[in-house]
Every structure is written in C-alpha cells, then in structure tokens.
Design a protein around this ligand. Structure first.
Ligand SMILES: NC(=O)C1=CN([C@@H]2O[C@H](COP(=O)(O)OP(=O)(O)OC[C@H]3O[C@@H](n4cnc5c(N)ncnc54)[C@H](OP(=O)(O)O)[C@@H]3O)[C@@H](O)[C@H]2O)C=CC1
Ligand SMILES: O=C(O)C1=NCCCC1
Length: 335
C-alpha cells in the first residue's frame, strides 16, 4: 500500500485531471470529491474513480469545461443544466438557490440534468445537513441490475442518500446503492482478484455467481432486499429520470455505446427545512429525534456513517492508503 496525506491525495487527483484536459474548476471539484471518498474509507468512490474520469474524457463522454446553467424553474424547483460536465460543479451552482427556496417554502427540489455522475451522494447530503436542512438525493446510473424475479440488467445501481442535521454532532446520513452493493465494490474485487459473496450477482442465465467478471461483463447485479430494493430502484429511475426530463439507466447505457464511461443522466435532490414545518416547536421535536438515535445506539447498534466518520478522523491524522497497482495506474495518467 502507498500512504498519502489528504493533501497529496487531492493534489494527485487534481494534477491528473488537469494534465488530461479538464479545466481548473472541474479538476478541483472532482479532486475534492474523490479525496473525501478516500478519506472516509469509501475506496469504491475515492481515487479509483479518477481512472473512469479520464476514460470518460478520452471517449468524448464528458465535457472538460462545461459551465452549469442555473434555471429558476418554479417556486420550489431549481434546475441546473450541467451541460455534459461532471455533477460536482452543477451541484455547487444549484445549492444557493435550493437552500433559499427550501428556507422560503419548507421544501424544495434541485434537478440536475445532463450530468456525468460517479460520486458518492453523502458528499452533497452533508452540505445540506450542514446548514440545518434535511435532505434526500438519488440518481440512476447504467443498466447493470436485474429487477427482482428477472435476470437481465435494467436498473442502475441507483443510490439513495438521506441526511438529518444534529446540531453540533455529525449528521445522521445513510447512503447506499439499491443494488446489493455498489458496482464500484465489485470492480475493486475484480482488481484484487477476489471472489464476490453470494447475493451480489448472477450469470447470464440467472444463476448465482461469485465471479466478479461474470457478473460485471455478462450477467447482472442483484437488488438489495429482493422486491423491496427492486421497487426502490424503479422509483429512482422514475423520479430522477422521466420526472426531471432525463435519462433512465437503460438510456444512459445505450448512450455510452460500449465506451465504459461514467453514466450520463440526471440527479434529484430534495431538501426540507424543519423550522418551516415546526416553527417554535423545532427544538422540542429535534430533541425527540435524538431520543431515536439514542435508542438505536443504546442497543449496541451503530448509526449509518459512523464508520465513515471514524475513518475521516483517522485519515486526518494518518492520511490514506492506496493499493500499489492503483497508484501505478494513476501515475501512468500523468505520462
Ligand atoms: N453515483 C452513483 O451513481 C452511485 C454511487 N454509489 C455510492 O456508493 C456508495 C456505497 O454504496 P453501497 O455499496 O450500497 O454502500 P454500503 O452497503 O457499503 O453501505 C451503505 C450505507 O449503510 C451504512 N451501513 C453499512 N453497514 C452498516 C451497519 N452495520 N449499521 C449501520 N449502517 C451501516 C453505511 O455507513 P458507513 O459508511 O458508516 O459504513 C452507509 O451509509 C454510496 O456512497 C453511494 O452513493 C453507489 C451506486 C451508484
Ligand atoms: O459504484 C457504482 O455503482 C457506481 N458508481 C459511480 C457511477 C456508476 C455506478
């Protein structure tokens, strides 16, 4: 393993992106996201993703210098046209108006269109909980996941993330794919030559497979929780696809045309302001939420994101460790 400080990790990502043609704004925004992934122990959405960013650019599937355009769509709806660029700058561009509309109306949505998306959603969710808002985000990806009862890829890995602000404490955040596991994790198993656990995917005939390459290249991934994850995956396709006038995972994969680039589609983010719902009773009811969290932890269970926050605290002191093969592949992108 190669040890890097967080600054070194971010600078490595940024320099590769700049060297390969991304403008400074995109390079910095993407580098900050992958550094955060690495820092929080989310290797599937850390520095590894830089390989996909460069591949997407070389395949002509992402704009290196797109300028997001913010559209004031309706009293509670902000739209951002990402113009074929990565989602990070589009989110940053839409965030101020989303926040303003949420404070004014109690609830508002940000629809990002025409973005290339590869990141973990908690990165965005934490920016909303950081201002005291409750938030939900989701997006499709490429058609890699079979619906429960079928065995052909149709859904994306369609993550759903939720965040709840907790005053001075780290927010309650969960963020997971509606597939049994993110595709990035299966790709990392393949890179490491490791078998995948039962339940993650099937071969082309629908038989369970422990072979990452079979599941990735000729089979299908499975949803988590059978028909429940399957319905949630369908919901994500609908509300972050047709509802916002953007592509489904099947359409995104067709657009990809075999280039194995990062998916191109939309994202939906919904924000809620507790103070608008509760007025003078806000503190009283937020305290009741704390009792719920204590009830979970009181049983010895952990809150989602706890592992991530612990990894963050450790990485701030110790830096991060990157597999040598990945480090070599990243360095090669600087040639
Ligand atoms: N951009 C895209 O299109 C896509 C992005 N992704 C990203 O991939 C990432 C990983 O997704 P996925 O593989 O499904 O994630 P995991 O199954 O690893 O975990 C997801 C969530 O569950 C929490 N969790 C895990 N174990 C426990 C536990 N024992 N008790 C309580 N909470 C727990 C995690 O917290 P903790 O982190 O603290 O362990 C995290 O919030 C996500 O960040 C997602 O946004 C996924 C698909 C597509
Ligand atoms: O891990 C995943 O699943 C994905 N991550 C980034 C974009 C494509 C899907």
């Amino acid at each position: 393993m190669i040890r890097l400080t967080l600054i070194e990790a971010r600078e490595l990502a940024e320099s590769i992106l700049l060297h390969n043609g991304f403008n400074l704004a995109h390079a910095q925004a993407v580098a900050a996201t992958v550094m955060a992934g690495e820092r929080d122990g989310c290797a599937s959405h850390g520095l590894y993703r830089i390989l996909g960013c460069v591949n997407s650019l070389r395949a002509g599937k992402v704009s290196a210098d797109a300028e997001p355009r913010v559209i004031d769509q309706a009293p509670s709806i902000v739209r951002v046209d990402a113009g074929g660029g990565f989602s990070q700058l589009a989110f940053q561009a839409g965030l101020p108006l989303l926040t303003e509309k949420t404070r004014a109306n109690g609830i508002a949505a940000l629809a990002i269109n025409h973005c290339v998306h590869f990141s973990a959603l908690w990165v965005e969710i934490e920016q909303l909980t950081g201002t005291g808002l409750v938030a939900l985000a989701c997006n499709p990806s490429h058609a890699w996941v079979a619906p429960a009862g079928g065995h052909l890829p149709l859904f994306g890995t369609n993550p759903i993330a939720f965040g709840w602000p907790r005053g001075g404490q780290e927010p309650f955040v969960f963020d997971f794919a509606t597939s049994a596991i993110a595709r990035g994790d299966i790709e990392l198993h393949r890179r490491a030559g490791k078998a995948i656990p039962e339940g993650w995917g099937v071969d082309g005939q629908g038989h369970p497979s422990n072979d990452a390459s079979v599941v990735l290249d000729s089979g299908a991934m499975l949803t988590f929780g059978g028909h429940k994850g399957s319905a949630l995956a369908a919901m994500v396709e609908l509300i972050a696809g047709p509802l916002i006038g953007d592509l489904t995972s099947a359409e995104s994969l067709a657009y990809d045309a075999g280039s194995k680039s990062s998916p191109y589609h939309g994202e939906l983010i919904i924000a809620l302001d507790p103070r608008r719902f509760l007025g003078d009773a806000t503190q009283e009811h937020l305290a009741r939420a704390e009792a719920l969290f204590q009830g979970i932890e009181g049983q010895g269970a952990r809150l989602p994101s706890q592992r991530r926050y612990e990894s963050r605290a450790r990485s701030l002191v110790e830096g991060v460790q990157v597999p040598e093969a990945l480090y070599r592949d990243l360095q090669a992108l600087l040639d």
